[in-house]
Design a protein around this ligand. Structure first.
Ligand code: ASP
Ligand code: MG
Length: 296
């Protein structure tokens, strides 16, 4: 079984979602598909939090633009029999969850700081909740999973970290006896073990979610589907002669991530390196390109 993670640009348009569908349909089932929020939406959700705190409710207009974007995607990619259900899901989360959260921020000038943080963490989780509803609806054999049910974080001296013990137990439970099909999970989002509050694994954390699932479920491979052909020898924007690195070790990949290569979120490498699970970095917009493979 493989874990395939698709980033924001890979789920950001009808065109890219259709590529995703072809890529996933070519795989043996079961397969686990981990998705990011539609490209740019996480930034928007956070910017709207700032606006709402300034009592600026024009953020609700931005929310309407995002609603249309999600509905357009549904019309373009979701299987006919699922369209109504997915449209309704998107509207429900926007109207019954996001809007009340933003209004609470905008109308409560005395909201304590930790409450504001809690609300914003709950808000930002909606990016992946909405995109995953769409991706699940693209497959006749799509099976939804809810990462809020099994990804757990705890506070340690350095901030929020994964609660490996609790997450391990819950993930094995949730994915036990997996039916054939396309199992779709949200990247990035989690809950605090003690309080149950919605948390996340940090910006770019969907890669890490996919690596954690791959590691805990002993996947045969982790694939990170993005919008570049793989790890490059240099930044192609400043070095036009940069080329794709076909193969690297976990140590080399970790060094490049730590040095600022944006291809993969740095915490992603360790969980898969520990189990020697090969990691492929591939381009959703150029799927036949060989990509980069990271191995022992
Ligand atoms: N949507 C989150 C972000 O933009 C997580 C991710 O895409 O990996 O940071
Ligand atoms: Mg990313």
């Amino acid at each position: 079984m493989k874990v395939m993670k698709f980033g924001g640009t890979s789920v950001g348009s009808v065109e890219s979602l259709l590529n995703l569908r072809d890529i996933v349909n070519a795989e043996q089932k079961p397969v686990i598909v981990v998705v990011s929020a539609m490209g740019g939406f996480t930034n928007q959700l956070l910017a709207m939090c700032e606006q709402a705190q300034q009592r600026d409710i024009s953020c609700l207009d931005i929310l309407e633009t995002a609603r249309r974007l999600h509905h357009d995607a549904i019309d373009g990619v979701v299987v006919e029999s699922m369209k109504k259900q997915v449209h309704d899901t998107i509207d429900r989360f926007i109207d019954e969850s996001l809007k009340p959260y933003y209004l609470a921020l905008a109308t409560n000038p005395h909201m304590p700081v930790d409450e504001i943080e809690r609300v914003c963490d709950a808000i930002v989780a909606h990016g992946e909740i909405l995109s995953s509803a769409i991706v699940t609806g693209m497959f006749e054999d799509g099976v939804p999973h809810l990462s809020l049910n099994y990804m757990r974080t705890v506070l340690d001296g350095h901030g929020r970290v994964l609660d490996w013990e609790e997450t391990g137990r819950l993930v094995k439970d949730d994915f036990a006896s997996m039916a054939l099909g396309v199992h779709v999970a949200q990247g990035f989002i989690s809950r605090d073990t003690a309080s149950g509050d919605v948390t996340n694994l940090g910006r770019g954390g969907s890669d890490y979610t996919a690596a954690i699932l791959a590691s805990l479920l002993d996947a045969e491979a982790l694939e990170i589907w993005t919008d570049v052909d793989g790890f490059m020898t240099a930044d192609p924007r400043t070095h036009p002669d940069a080329t794709v690195i076909p193969q690297m070790t976990y140590e080399q990949a970790q060094q490049m991530c730590d040095a600022g290569a944006k291809v993969i979120y740095p915490p992603t490498i360790a969980p898969v390196a520990m189990k020697r699970i090969p990691v492929w970095v591939k381009n959703t917009f150029n799927p036949s390109a060989p990509g980069t493979v990271i191995v022992d």
